[in-house]
Design a protein around this ligand. Structure first.
Ligand code: 2HG
Ligand code: ZN
Length: 454
């Protein structure tokens, strides 16, 4: 099939207006960090599951690979096209249902933003367990395809724990529908969980069924200035043991805070800068009890320099902005971004060694992330381009040496596939390859992502 033949078939499938080429592909051809960019054959915007199927079949017939893309907020190059790929944008699949109180579920099209799905849940006094700073652009299809983590994993688990069903188009154009949402449905292999976190390499997710739970009546948030990482870890352990309904424990450091303040995104929360800040949030029946529980935990650990506790939505939002602004503030500085996790007991040693490792590559790490899961967003600034791979390699090896994960929540994509062996055994990688070969024998879906070349 010629390129012209493929384009004609794509236009017939989704309508001329939804096959974008030339200047119209801007916004789809480059990832959020500006690091991953390609020249796609076209960006195709199907408006239904059947149209997705037609697009998949057209690409298969032409032998042209396709990459599914949601909000394009990923950070590892999974959803940005390589040269010669078709981008299948899910953004028009954006229907959002209403929570079903009988089953505790909410259905949404893959292209609906997480924000819209959260709002739909909230309107009925429910909440969705997943939450991340990119909620306004990230789509739920992408959230499921990447098994996104975010700031609420402590109480709600990762996206895996929230997905009760999905619909997806496989590489052969067949449609798998598992949307019953039955909590007990033990029939055969769990394809929902297999496709969750598959980063576009096994299927195009078209609809998702998410769990919703009753929205807790009260929330309280504490921002605590601390002497260093060991004190932050002590606080985490105290919070875990003493605060029922603990929902998030995040951290940032003096360097990151300084950049956020300089960018005008937040005011310095305390008079004196401190090496580490911890943001902790808890949910429950009433705000006073939560504030008291947080304050008590903070008062009982050593190394606390200052603290602020808030219960109103406006005050809490200000505390969160200090943490959530990091990614956008750092972006123009083009950091080497490495999302990793180490076991909490190893965190202090890992962080202490990290500076040396980054300095050896000419860089300087800004650290922030999800303390509760030992999930550190290592953003190394100032690394000369020719040293970036060395810094990546050194940091990921340090992570492995501390028994950590080379990808805590962002996935593997194109950015980390050469380091897969630091996180998975040879037998494990071989099994993943067989799954990929069985479901996508021609390598149609997101080639060059997740698995290294043989
Ligand atoms: C966050 O937690 C995101 O804000 C982005 O996972 C992390 O920018 C980063 O490195
Ligand atoms: Zn994160």
């Amino acid at each position: 099939v010629s390129a012209a033949g493929l384009l004609a078939r794509l236009r017939a499938a989704v309508g001329d207006a939804h096959v974008l080429r030339g200047g119209l592909v801007a916004g789809y051809d480059t990832d959020w960090t500006g690091r991953w960019q390609g020249r796609p054959v076209a960006v195709v915007r199907p408006g239904s599951t059947n149209e997705v199927r037609e697009v998949v079949l057209a690409c298969a017939a032409a032998g042209v690979p396709l990459v599914p893309q949601g909000g394009n907020t990923g950070l590892v190059g999974a959803a940005a096209p390589a040269d010669g790929e078709v981008v299948l944008s899910t953004r028009r699949l954006d229907a959002v249902g209403v929570p079903d109180p009988g089953t505790g579920t909410l259905e949404a099209g893959a292209g609906a933003t997480l924000q819209r799905v959260q709002d739909a849940a909230r309107a009925a006094e429910f909440e969705v367990g997943v939450d991340l700073a990119s909620r306004g652009s990230a789509t739920v299809g992408g959230v499921v395809a990447t098994n996104a983590g975010g700031a609420r994993v402590l109480r709600a688990g990762t996206t895996r724990q929230q997905v009760l069903g999905l619909e997806a188009v496989l590489a052969d154009g067949s449609i798998v529908t598992r949307m019953s949402g039955l909590p007990k449905d033990n029939v055969g292999y769990d394809l929902v969980q297999l496709l969750t976190g598959s980063e576009g390499t096994l299927a195009v997710i078209t609809r998702v069924l998410l769990q919703v739970t009753p929205r807790p009546p009260a929330r309280a948030t504490a921002l605590v200035a601390l002497d260093g990482v060991p004190a932050a870890v002590e606080l985490l352990i105290t919070l875990r043991a003493g605060v029922a309904g603990l929902d998030a424990v995040e951290f940032l450091t003096a360097d990151g805070l300084e950049l956020v303040v300089a960018a005008g995104r937040a005011r310095a929360p305390f008079a004196e800068p401190a090496p580490v800040l911890v943001l902790a949030e808890a949910v429950g029946l009433d705000a006073d009890t939560l504030v008291e529980a947080l304050a008590e935990a903070v008062a009982s650990v050593s190394g606390v320099r200052d603290a602020a506790v808030a219960a109103s939505d406006a005050d809490r939002a200000r505390l969160w902005e200090v943490r959530e602004a990091h990614t956008e503030v750092l972006a123009p500085l083009r950091p080497v971004k490495l999302d990793v996790a180490v076991p909490v007991p190893a965190l202090a040693a890992f962080v202490a060694e990290l500076s040396g490792v980054a300095a050896a590559g000419g860089g300087h790490p800004v650290l922030f992330g999800h303390l509760a899961e030992g999930n550190v967003h290592v953003n190394v600034l100032g690394v000369p381009p020719e040293r970036e791979l060395d810094v990546t390699d050194a940091v990921l090896r340090l992570v492995a040496a501390h028994g950590g994960s080379i990808s805590a929540e962002h996935g593997i994509g194109r950015a980390k596939r050469e380091w897969l062996h630091l996180g998975r055994s040879a037998a494990d990688i071989a099994a993943m390859r067989r799954v990929k070969a069985a479901l996508d024998p021609a390598g149609l879906l997101s080639p060059g992502r997740v698995l290294p070349d043989v």
